[in-house]
Write a protein that binds this ligand. Structure first.
Ligand code: AMP
Ligand code: MN
Ligand code: MN
Length: 321
């Protein structure tokens, strides 16, 4: 893809805002901060970043993340010349960030979700990329931008976390090549690994152990799910981002074909996280207005936890048999 249009738009924009998705992960955060850093360094212009929900503690190490605006601190009446969404599969994934997106003179959508419906003025979408971080690395190389150590840390974190430490099926030659170039710039893989995977609070690890223990298996253990209620989170004094990595623990069981976690998110609102070893779970989640990737997807269902479990099981059974 020719990205020169992106270069021109950045050049002609004075005020730029980059937005990451709700319940942020390493890819959306690393992409947002890496792109903001690269724009500052290469174009010498200010670039705001926006968090639309809480920052998970483990990502506090990311360069400049503390300077990000939140939905409470940003001036919502401001008209940005350019708003760029990174790793945002659908516009509702930026929640109240939409107010600023809708006001922008020009919008860009950089993403790798196959369910992305190209909702911006300029859409750079590559479903073959492991992560939005990998796409950004490619763009920066193509456009001849300098990549600083701080930007490299951000992009490496994006690729590392979306490939599950280089072990999911999106761990391609391109993903590894990008990571390798970032290591050449100075990124230290064990240091970033430690921040992303071995900095969890005790409460999170114990809550997840409890949720794995109460997992329910069906269809000869091919389907496994667990639930996370608000009362579980309270019992373990864990944070809202306490389910990161939980669905993968269920997929790690040899017999698993589909694993999912249903988390109580509000009154009759449940958040679903799905992982698969075969069937297309993005298609399952699309039935409920969500999406993602074939083997990793999510959705929000307006129903109780128990009813959501039943609805998801129905759809999974339709796809499996
Ligand atoms: P998660 O289970 O939250 O880690 O999400 C798995 C994948 O699905 C990630 O790539 C998410 O960006 C994507 N995803 C999660 N929830 C949604 C949603 N409601 N709509 C679209 N994509 C989603
Ligand atoms: Mn993401
Ligand atoms: Mn991603």
């Amino acid at each position: 893809m020719d990205c020169s249009k992106l270069n021109d738009i950045i050049k002609s924009s004075k005020n730029i805002l980059i937005i990451s998705h709700i319940n942020p992960d390493g890819d959306t955060l690393g992409s947002m901060l890496g792109l903001a850093g690269a724009i500052k360094e290469n174009f010498k212009k200010k670039c705001d970043t926006l968090l639309v929900s809480n920052l998970p503690k483990i990502y506090e190490f990311l360069p400049e993340v503390k300077d990000s605006k939140t939905i409470d601190t940003i001036d919502k009446s401001r008209e940005y010349d350019l708003v760029i969404n990174v790793d945002v599969a659908a516009i509702d994934r930026i929640a109240d960030g939409q107010i600023l997106f809708d006001k922008a003179k020009y919008t860009v959508n950089i993403d790798h979700h196959k369910t992305n419906n190209a909702y911006a003025d300029l859409n750079i979408i590559n479903p073959d990329a492991s992560s939005t971080g990998e796409i950004l690395y490619g763009i920066m190389k193509q456009l001849g931008w300098e990549i600083s150590y701080e930007t490299a840390v951000c992009l490496y974190t994006a690729i590392l976390t979306d490939t599950g430490s280089f072990r999911f099926n999106n761990t391609t030659v391109k993903a590894l090549e990008a990571a390798s170039e970032l290591v050449k710039i100075g990124v230290k893989p064990p240091e970033i690994y430690k921040y992303c995977y071995e900095s969890n609070p005790k409460s999170l690890v114990l809550l997840q152990a409890y949720c794995v223990e109460k997992a329910v298996f069906s269809e000869d253990n091919k389907i496994v799910y667990t639930t996370v209620y608000k009362k579980d989170i309270e019992k373990f004094c864990a944070g809202e981002d306490c389910t990161e990595g939980l669905t993968e623990k269920l997929r790690a069981i040899a017999t698993t074909e589909v694993a999912f976690v249903v988390k109580q998110s509000g009154h009759n609102i449940s958040k679903v996280s799905m992982r698969s070893n075969g069937i297309d779970v993005a298609a399952v989640c699309a039935v409920f207005g969500g999406g993602g990737h074939a083997l990793a997807a999510g959705c929000v269902v307006k129903a109780s936890v128990e009813e959501t479990v039943r609805k998801i099981l129905d759809e999974v059974n339709k796809k499996m048999y």
